[in-house]
Design a protein around this ligand. Structure first.
Ligand code: NDP
Ligand code: BG6
Length: 513
């Protein structure tokens, strides 16, 4: 139930009166879900949210009774919203099925209401429309705040001003960035909690919805061959690598205020790290998993300047094509020092991971697009093959690679004998390539996360204490970088990034995979 609730209103529906009027209590009434995409005119809504909702509808994952409302300031009719949305819906799941018919049915359930983000009156109008569609059923409401964070509070305030006790649920998905540092993040959380309970807030980190990230716990905890090796005793270092082969074109305005450390490391890569390194949870329940993740984050040392390298891409001409530098973007201030690349060494001060470097690397405008977790194991002790055959392969360590994207895969590098009469050794891969093993297309992260939010599954969403712990690790470093105006090392668009990243890894006797 919502906070600050009296009578009527968007976050608190007077649904009881409907139920009572028709003589049913909550458990007997049919329910309905109303999904409101706030900021429906924006990029994320078009690119990700509506397509994910359609995919869920296509796969019959949405409840029988549901309605989708777009809300934003832009003036649009229902028909215009449907035209806009239809442009980004794809029949990716099964092209042979009659997708256009499904699309049509889906679009008929999409509506639009134009309003200001800080207007109680406009949200009251939306509430009225939602009620009409709910037709007296048990009303459950999901709001997706797909808007810049500086207007989150306006929205929840306006929408919840006159809430009332209700029997359906209300949940609010909020998109990153959740603040710029510990203080602003705490202020945002305090602001949201004036109007919402913590369990109504679903902080999304879409990397947690990626198939291979979700599979991490399965890989570890359901395979005896891995879990016993998962510690400082056998693991030499862990690398978390995010790279994109395009720059911040078009998003420079947003990006310049955040930079790659806040955009990727503090959330996506740190979340992967926490899942990778956590102890076995008591169960797979959300609170048990999130408790373990928080313990990892709280066992880590805040980042030190000497353990970080930052870079920024510069213009580069290749094959007659000139790729623009970061500061060539008109929305980026000239002379900006915002990093578009960062590499960092992090450490977890607990018994399992003491002394093991977790190396993170994240960058835009690099030579390829990939997200990987690379686990480098220690050397095999002794020198058996070197002594016997002069080969150095004893020193070639095993490496487990979890490729989150693209071409999802898990492979383990092993040492192997080359078939034949001689005794020659080779490094080879035990390879689980998802595209070869599984014929079904992997759902987009937003599909899984939206479905979880509808079903009230919080496992893949960030709890406020997790968020606080994450910011505590990065805030002192970010402050120092900004106060000392530390200049990033420039790297050409499309390159492998600053050479400083290699020196950083070398400090820990590591080579990037
Ligand atoms: P947009 O900048 O496209 O904003 C969404 C909508 O919000 C706009 O269509 C506009 O609607 C309204 N809006 C934008 N700026 C303002 C403003 N200053 N004041 C009031 N209203 C404004 O954002 P995105 O759709 O790209 O992203 C939405 C959220 O998701 C953001 O928090 C973003 O950081 C986050 N995000 C986005 C990703 C992406 O790929 N786009 C990826 C990960 C997170 P109108 O004018 O019609 O009211
Ligand atoms: C977003 C970042 O959170 O993730 C973007 O703000 C980045 O800068 C994006 O491009 C990457 O997501 P994905 O799913 O395309 O790897």
């Amino acid at each position: 139930p919502s906070k600050n609730v009296e009578n009527g209103g968007l976050f608190g529906l007077s649904s009881e009166e409907y139920g009572h009027a028709i003589g049913l209590d909550a458990s007997e009434r049919e329910s309905t879900v109303s999904i409101t995409v706030v900021g429906a005119s924006g990029d994320l809504a078009k690119k990700k949210i509506f397509p994910a909702l359609f995919a869920l509808y296509y796969e019959d994952c949405l409840p029988k009774h549901f309605t989708i409302f777009g809300y934003a300031r832009s003036k649009m009719t229902d028909a215009e919203l449907r035209t806009m949305v239809s442009k980004t819906l794809t029949c990716r799941i099964d092209k042979s099925e009659n997708c256009s018919e499904k699309m049509e049915q889906f679009l008929k359930r999409c509506f639009y209401h134009s309003g200001q983000y800080d207007s109680e009156e406009n949200f009251a109008e939306l509430d009225k429309k939602l009620k009409e569609h709910e037709c007296g059923r048990l009303p459950n409401r999901l709001f997706y705040l797909s808007i810049p964070p500086n207007i989150f509070i306006d929205v929840v305030k306006s929408a919840s001003q006159s809430g009332s006790s209700k029997d359906g649920w209300t949940r609010v998905i909020v998109e990153k960035p959740f603040g710029r540092d510990s203080q602003s993040s705490a202020a945002l959380t305090r602001g949201l909690k004036q109007y919402l309970e913590e369990d109504q807030i679903f902080r999304i980190d879409h990397y947690l919805g990626k198939e291979l990230v979700e599979n991490l716990s399965i890989l570890r905890f359901s395979n005896l061959v891995f879990e016993p090796l998962w510690s400082r005793q056998y693991i030499r270092n862990v690398q978390l690598i995010f790279s994109e082969d395009f720059g911040t074109e078009g998003r420079g305005g947003y990006f310049d205020n955040y930079g790659i450390i806040r955009d990727i490391m503090q959330n996506h890569l740190l979340q992967i790290l926490a899942l990778f390194a956590m102890e076995t949870p008591v169960s797979m329940d959300a609170e048990d998993i999130r408790n373990e993740k928080v313990k990892v984050l709280r066992s880590m040392k805040p980042l030190q300047l000497e353990d970080v390298v930052i870079g920024q891409y510069k213009s580069h001409t290749k094959g007659g094509v000139t790729y623009p530098g970061y500061t060539d973007d008109k929305t980026v201030p000239k002379g900006s020092l915002t990093p578009t690349f960062a590499a960092a060494a992090l450490f977890i001060d607990n018994a399992r991971w003491d002394g093991v470097p977790f190396l993170m690397k994240a960058g835009k405008a690099l030579h390829n697009r990939r997200t990987e977790i690379r686990v480098q194991f220690r050397h095999v002790p002794g020198n058996l093959y070197k002594r016997s055959f002069g080969t150095d392969l004893d020193r070639a360590t095993n490496e487990l690679v979890i490729r989150v994207q693209p071409d999802e895969a898990i492979y383990l590098k092993i040492n192997n004998k080359i078939p034949g009469l001689g005794m020659r050794l080779d490094r080879s891969n035990l390879n689980l390539l998802y595209a070869s093993r599984y014929s079904k297309e992997i759902p987009d992260a937003y599909e899984r996360l939206l479905l979880d939010a509808i079903e009230g599954e919080r496992r893949l969403f960030i709890r406020s204490d997790e968020l606080d712990a994450a910011w505590e690790l990065f805030t002192p470093l970010l402050k120092e970088l900004e106060e000392k105006k530390i200049g990033p090392e420039l790297y050409p668009y499309g390159s492998r990034g600053p050479v400083g990243a290699h020196y950083l890894a070398a400090n820990y006797n590591v080579r990037w995979g």
